[in-house]
Design a protein around this ligand. Structure first.
Ligand code: HEM
Length: 337
């Protein structure tokens, strides 16, 4: 059986997981028939058109289309309205459930929001949509590139598998937290292929950067995690290598006590994969938790083998997130051991 990893499996499984942890709602996209995911399709359409605005050669074109309500902007408006309606239905159902059973208050994020007095429907709708947007494509992009890198670095896969096998079949939070090598390998993968490859900010006031660069009010300033992850000055002359060990302290420096690695993080200004400062990603820990559980769940039972021709080199396409051009076709081989 083949899966286009980034196009179907990860996105839909993550959407299912997020929908459940966010709202308790299960869109049932992981039924064996992998049913057509209407919500996911609409979401993709909306994000693709929105990101197209950034890359537009004539930036004012989309504004004209929006004003006239034609073409892609018309489709975006319709998609956004369908998404909002979908989110509103979930909220309505959740409110009804809560009114019948208040013990649901602590079960999922949406229940918590509603129970803590956030009753404004538009506000809660924005929360539901922005959490799915922030958490779905980022994590699926990270995992697509991660499985590609693992397939090219067997010794890393072996070490990740060794760590996974020390844990229970469905590792609980404490166990996932202890998967230090897997954590390091995910950080290393996102160094080379950051899910948000480039990000920009608009200056609210005239400003001067620490190096003296003058930034005028309204100017767009970009930071570039993809380029920064490949800088020799930050990562050394072997920056090209996928080497999780650069995030770990080894036995020789005394930290690998009892055969355990110890993780050495980098500051977020050197590694801005989750951004840095007061607006740093709020879902970072949740993202690692989800990714480690998915990695453990898949690798324990399957080997993920690319079905591409020998010499295949994936091409990164940067929309809002780092997609692999045409997806990543793979075969899942069941492990015999
Ligand atoms: C590997 C996965 C992820 C990566 C690489 C990532 C990266 C980022 C980045 C770069 C930003 C800054 C965007 C900006 O302000 O321009 C951000 C913001 C944010 N992320 Fe994530 N994210 C990930 C997963 C998640 C998940 C799973 C959630 C929640 C379920 C989440 C929730 C958020 C939220 C709410 C913000 C906005 C924070 C604010 O503006 O104060 N993220 N993320």
């Amino acid at each position: 059986m083949q899966f286009l990893i980034c196009k179907t499996y990860f996105k839909d499984s993550l959407l299912t997981t997020y929908a459940r942890s966010l709202s308790g709602y299960d869109p049932a996209y992981l039924l064996p028939g992998l049913p057509e995911a209407e919500f996911a399709k609409t979401f993709d359409e909306a994000t693709e058109i929105s990101s197209g605005r950034f890359n537009s050669v004539f930036p004012y074109l989309w504004k004209i289309k929006k004003f006239l309500n034609i073409g892609s902007e018309k489709r975006l408006k319709e998609a956004s309205s369908r998404l909002r309606q979908f989110a509103k239905n979930i909220i309505k159902e959740k409110k009804q459930e809560l009114s019948k059973n208040s013990s649901l208050e602590s079960v999922d994020l949406l229940s918590r929001f509603l129970s803590s007095g956030h009753s404004d429907e538009d506000f809660v709708t924005d929360i539901v949509i922005s959490f799915i947007l922030a958490g779905r494509d980022t994590t699926s992009a990270a995992l697509t590139w991660y499985f590609w890198l693992l397939s090219q670095n067997q010794e890393v896969e072996k070490e990740v598998l060794r760590e996974i096998k020390e844990k229970s079949e469905s590792p609980v939070y404490e166990e996932v937290k202890d998967m230090v090598y897997t954590h390091a390998s995910l950080c290393e993968s996102m160094r080379l292929y950051p899910p948000v490859p480039i990000d920009s900010k608009v200056a609210k006031h005239d400003d001067v950067l620490p190096d003296g660069t003058v930034v005028k009010k309204g100017a767009r300033v970009c930071y570039h995690p993809y380029a920064m992850g490949r800088l020799e000055v930050l990562w050394g002359s072997d920056w090209e290598k996928f080497r999780p060990e650069r995030w770990l302290e080894s036995a020789t420096d005394g930290a690998n006590k009892n055969g355990k690695w110890s993780f050495v993080g980098r500051d977020p200004y050197t590694y801005p994969v989750f951004q840095a400062g007061p607006r740093i990603c709020l879902g970072k820990d949740m993202a690692f938790l989800q990714m480690k559980r998915v990695v453990a769940g898949i690798l324990r039972r399957f080997k993920v083998v690319p079905v591409a021709e020998d010499g295949f080199e994936p091409v990164l396409v940067a929309y809002l997130t780092s997609k692999m051009k045409d997806g990543f076709p793979v075969r899942f081989e069941e492990r015999s051991d």
